[in-house]
Design a protein around this ligand. Structure first.
Ligand SMILES: *Cc1c(COP(=O)(O)O)cnc(C)c1O
Length: 375
């Protein structure tokens, strides 16, 4: 089959796109290497699973009427979110994961001749969404490896590249895969310098895991900066990655446009319900955040004791630098039943990203890594 004519009209941005590489599912490792009892610390999921209250609600709802379409307007979830954030429901856009929100912004504001700006080593979906729209990426070099916030976003560098033809700026705070973060004052000062026709997406997927002292009250910026879109997700601390729910907060005029490109039933009924109930389970959120804090500190100590460098992180994961090609280490961990995430596609080939697991999972990872490093 050599005739590729049927691809002739595919958009150039799509033809040259490198697909997103997700963390390997446990099943795949078992299939490929025959490893039993594997653990996955590769996708920044909540190791405690989901809120037991949300689980009970979903289980009961399965016996309900799934033959009906979901509420395409997400009325109840939006009502809860609007109370939580003190914004009108018209300010909220619901997404099939916050990935959807990033794509809606790209679809509404990006296209040929438009530019999107983001940091090097930032979340992989920004370049993908940009390129799929045949827009141009302005990649801002990250802070250098010897900076206090090594590999983090360089807002001064962003500022130097501000221009009227930049339609969208993506900022991940904290950033995945580096774990780096920005001071709220620095973000605020930057927002004040961005031209009003440039939409800024502040991607706060890891907000709950942040130190309360350094996490922004981004909601308060929505009134001052009408070009701001805050993206949040239920995939990380809320533990609903498999159900796919995220949302955007913005001025109603932006939300209205985002909602026009949203497919009408992008959130399924179970996902809407789970998210709604998860918002009320403060106890589960507290446990999740506390476990992450305690286990992250512990892993940082153990990794440093093994002589490897760990970037400071405010997420539920660590970027670990082995100062040499990390591929064999990744492979060694796979053979020992531990799935972590390579960072070569983020142009950080000496790093691996490790999600913080339960105490037992982290012990298994630490032991496997010690074993690999001495082999
Ligand atoms: C995980 C993640 C997301 C969103 O994931 P969804 O599951 O689509 O909500 C968004 N941004 C960053 C930086 C992430 O790490």
């Amino acid at each position: 089959m050599n005739d590729a004519s049927m691809l002739k009209n595919a958009l150039p941005g799509v033809l040259s796109l490198e697909p997103y590489t997700p963390g390997m599912p446990i099943e795949e490792l078992q299939r490929r290497l025959g490893v039993k009892d594997a653990i996955k610390l590769a996708s920044n999921e909540n190791p405690l699973g989901m809120s037991p209250k949300a689980m009970a609600a979903v289980q009961a709802a399965i016996r309900g009427d799934l033959a009906r379409y979901p509420d395409g307007g997400g009325f109840r979830l939006k009502k809860k979110l609007s109370e939580l954030h003190g914004v009108a429901p018209e300010c909220i856009t619901l997404g099939n994961g916050s990935n959807d929100i990033l794509e809606f912004v790209a679809r509404v504001f990006l296209g040929p001749g438009r530019k999107a700006m983001f940091s090097r080593h930032a979340f992989a979906v920004y370049p993908i969404a940009t390129q799929a729209q045949n827009a141009e990426a302005v990649v801002v070099p990250a802070l250098p490896p010897d900076a206090a916030m090594a590999y983090g976003h360089d807002l001064a560098g962003f500022e130097r590249r501000l221009a009227d033809d930049i339609a969208v700026i993506f900022i991940a705070n904290p950033n995945n895969p580096t774990g780096t973060w920005l001071e709220p004052r620095a973000i605020e000062a930057f927002l004040a310098k961005v031209p009003r026709q440039t939409v800024v997406v502040l991607d706060e997927a890891y907000w709950h895991y942040q130190d309360p002292a350094t996490r922004p009250d981004s909601r308060a910026w929505l009134d001052r900066f009408p070009n701001l879109v805050v993206a949040r997700t239920f995939s990380k601390a809320y533990g609903l990655a498999g159900l796919r729910v995220g949302y955007g907060l913005s001025q109603p005029q932006i939300a209205d446009l985002l909602n026009r490109v949203r497919q009408p039933f992008n959130n399924n009924s179970l996902a809407l319900l789970a998210a709604e109930v998860a918002l009320d389970d403060e106890e589960f959120m507290r446990r999740s955040v506390a476990l992450n804090r305690e286990q992250k500190d512990r892993l940082v100590r153990e990794l440093r004791a093994m002589g490897v460098n760990v970037l400071p992180s405010q997420g539920n994961f660590l970027a670990v630098d082995f100062a040499r090609d990390a591929k064999p280490i990744h492979q060694g961990l796979l053979e020992r039943g531990v799935i972590v995430r390579p960072m070569a596609s983020y142009e950080m080939p000496t790093f691996l990203r490790v999600s913080i697991g339960t105490e037992a999972e982290n012990t298994k990872f630490a032991n496997a890594l010690k074993d690999v490093l001495k082999a």
